[in-house]
Design a protein around this ligand. Structure first.
Ligand code: ADE
Length: 394
């Protein structure tokens, strides 16, 4: 992770994180380990847990604790109770900075652990779902400290959400099922950055991709990008695969299950496991059986069999390995820079959700180019003048 390594040198040199307590709830896998170690090497006291009960790579959690002495509590297939206990354990260090993916640490700080609010300088949030949650909190005047919207940095969402989710979602589905994608009807729910990436990669593998949307502009975009666009109630009738990536609940409900094609494989790449209704699936089924490590078979009364991957949790992390390292290098460089930004400026920032400063975004872009060995052109003096003048037409 060349980009993050460069940022680490800057943080070590500046000593801004020295002695700060940082609580982290991110998907515990190898790339996250590198971010946590970066912050630790920059002098912070770090405690890490996962932001999802199914996304931990156990070998990484063990290595972080035993080999790197990084205080980590996370394991795959955690119960909800264990998940929340681990989040509380992170908060027990009285973090001055929190780093969330989905907003759970911030949520707990504002509900069950309010006594810790005064300690907090600020927080980083990694994902779209978390930002939506935090903006809702702020709109009600409930948010008590500044939060950096890491997700909204160009060097994050343009690549992580699109190419990262696109590739890692296919990785998760293929790892879980080993089924053929080519020639199959592949429904993608939601045409945000994640949905765009998944649709693009599924098409690349030869699938016939159908997009479902509620936003007219995005639906037009999907149509002009060459995808079929249809309501979910129609799309399910022919779907071999359905992947949800909307960030909203109840995308697949009893109504859809009633008309779903036999053998349909369902997976979710949105942050929470509420996009595909497990309750509706259970209700409609005579039996539920685990047929492969990440595949549950729901046998319906009418003889159809439907398949749900990774219990409807993030398929790219539960059954896949998360985003590729080159992608997380950029996302986590933004995370580390934002932690430094909060350490320097957070005490002077009012509660709110903040965009990542453009210069940090630009810095990561330059470092990423250099890590990929890519050179680009720069404007001549004459071109700069041209771009800032209004008198010169041709
Ligand atoms: N690895 C660590 N965090 C991740 C995320 N939010 N999505 C995919 N892979 C990750």
């Amino acid at each position: 992770m060349d980009v993050l390594a460069d940022v680490r040198q800057g943080l070590i040199k500046s000593k801004v994180l020295k002695g700060l307590r940082i609580g982290m709830a991110l998907h515990v896998e190898a790339k996250t380990g590198v971010l946590a170690l970066t912050l630790q090497e920059a002098g912070a006291k770090v405690r890490l847990t996962s932001c999802n009960p199914l996304s931990t790579d156990d070998s990484v959690a063990v290595a972080l604790n035993e080999r790197y002495k990084l205080d980590t509590r996370a394991k795959k297939w955690q119960s909800n109770k264990e998940y929340y206990e681990s989040l509380h354990r992170v908060l027990d260090i009285k973090p001055q900075i929190t780093i969330d993916d989905g907003g759970d640490l911030i949520f707990l700080l504002h509900t069950e652990r309010r006594e810790l609010l005064d300690e907090v300088i600020g927080a980083n949030e990694e994902t779209t779902t978390g930002i939506i949650r935090l903006r809702a909190m702020h709109a009600e005047g409930a948010l008590k400290f500044p939060v950096m919207a890491v997700n909204n940095a160009s060097m994050k969402y343009l690549f992580d959400n699109r190419y990262g989710t696109g590739q890692s979602t296919m990785d998760g589905i293929l790892n879980a099922t080993n089924l053929l994608v080519a020639g199959r009807a592949f429904v993608v729910a939601g045409y945000g950055w994640c949905g765009r990436g998944i649709a693009m990669r599924a098409r690349g593998m030869g699938a016939r991709v159908v997009v479902t949307e509620i936003d007219p502009t995005r639906a037009v975009e999907a149509h002009l990008d060459g995808f079929e666009v249809a309501p979910m109630a129609e799309a399910v009738k022919k779907a071999n695969f359905i992947v949800t990536a909307t960030g909203c609940r109840d995308i697949i409900t009893a109504e859809h299950i009633a008309n779903m094609k036999d053998g349909c494989v369902m997976a979710n790449s949105g942050h929470f496991d509420n996009e595909i209704s497990k309750d509706a699936l259970k209700k409609a089924s005579k039996t539920v059986k685990r047929v492969r490590e990440f595949v549950d078979e729901y046998a319906l009364g009418d003889g159809r069999k439907l398949y749900l991957l990774a219990e409807g949790r993030l398929v790219n992390l539960a059954a896949g390995q998360g985003h590729p390292v080159e992608i997380m290098d950029m996302s986590f460089a933004i995370q580390a820079l934002c932690a430094g930004h909060l350490a320097k400026n957070g005490r002077r920032m009012k509660p709110g959700v903040y965009d990542v400063p453009r210069e940090l975004d630009g810095m990561v872009a330059k470092l990423a180019l250099s890590s990929h060995g890519i050179e680009i052109d720069s404007l001549s003096k004459r071109q700069k003048e041209y771009l800032t003048s209004w008198r010169e037409g041709t």
